[in-house]
Design a binder for this molecule. Structure first.
Ligand code: ZN
Length: 307
């Protein structure tokens, strides 16, 4: 089970490097001994990539390798991604980027809007994957959306830096290999999960559950209230609790980033009914090095708990 971790932003490190570079261009230009971080940032031929949310950051780094400078705007897990308000400096970063990788589906409307006003090539994962504007926005948990995002991002990297096309192709192949391993884990887990039921405190793992062949039985009234950011009616909460105490769902998924007294009552009901509980977060925890590793760990955890 995942524990809440302390989340450090890598953005600060990257930004510090850029600032240091800006104040001493002469030194960098004549190859003076700047520290290795600044030195790596000083290469002018890197593609400038901005990622709106940290869930897509690792994919951006894996494909871009050392030919791309990747900055993620939202990387603090204590911030509710649904309500994030960017600073003017965040918008400035987006307008200077060559490629902006955004989630779309209204999850990071600030990013798609700012990117639309810039000359950056914009990858809107919701659009690229065909999920569309009104779709469930937690697209990083979707196998199809990850692949669509990676393909489109690869195309944009090659457009931005034609000379390094072969390099980006090789990086993509490495990424695809890890995604294929995840697909194998999903196929393996499906032997346990396919056709079984689950309920969720929030629709964060909707696509992951779909990939696992799980059937969503979360009471409609409850889910509608949560989706509209309102408190579920007492009757809807009671229906949910009874569903769990009577073991009418085989799994409960809890988004620990959207916890409340209500979700605690639901978790307690699951424990009472011996329904396995898997906790997960919205943003990528810092103890995973990549999105595929994180999703793989969740898949394995669900498989193990539902056995
Ligand atoms: Zn969410």
């Amino acid at each position: 089970m995942m524990k809440m971790q302390e989340f450090r932003t890598s953005v600060h490190r990257v930004v510090a490097g850029v600032v240091a570079l800006a104040v001493m261009p002469a030194m960098a230009a004549c190859g003076s001994s700047v520290d290795s971080q600044s030195a790596s940032n000083s290469q002018p031929d890197k593609v400038e990539v901005v990622v709106s949310i940290n869930q897509w950051e690792s994919l951006a780094r894996q494909l871009g390798g050392d030919k791309a400078e990747v900055t993620s705007i939202l990387s603090n897990q204590n911030v509710d991604a649904h309500d994030f308000e960017p600073q003017p400096s965040d918008i400035a970063k987006i307008s200077k980027a060559q490629i902006v990788l955004a989630n779309g589906a209204d999850y990071d409307a600030w990013a798609t809007k700012a990117a639309g006003n810039s000359s950056a090539a914009v990858i809107d994962v919701a659009e690229t994957s065909g999920a569309g504007e009104g779709a469930n926005p937690h697209l990083w948990f979707s196998s199809e959306a990850r692949s669509a995002a990676a393909k489109e991002y690869l195309a944009q990297l090659k457009k931005a830096d034609v000379a390094d096309s072969d390099y980006f192709d090789a990086q993509y192949t490495k990424w695809e290999k890890s995604e294929d391993e995840l697909k194998q884990s999903i196929a393996e887990a499906k032997k346990v999960t396919e056709g079984r039921t689950y309920a969720a405190t929030e629709s964060v793992a909707y696509y992951l559950a779909e990939d696992l062949g799980l059937k969503d039985v979360t009471p409609t009234g409850y889910m509608q209230a949560v989706t509209n950011d309102s408190e579920p009616a007492p009757g809807d909460l009671k229906t949910f609790q009874e569903m769990l105490t009577s073991k009418s769902a085989s799994l409960l998924l809890v988004n620990t980033q959207e916890q409340s007294s209500t979700t605690e009552l639901i978790t307690k009901a699951a424990q009472k009914g011996s329904v396995p509980v898997v906790e997960l977060t919205e943003s990528m925890p810092s103890n995973y090095s990549s999105l595929t590793d994180w999703v793989k760990a969740l898949v394995e955890s669900i498989q193990k708990k539902m056995k």
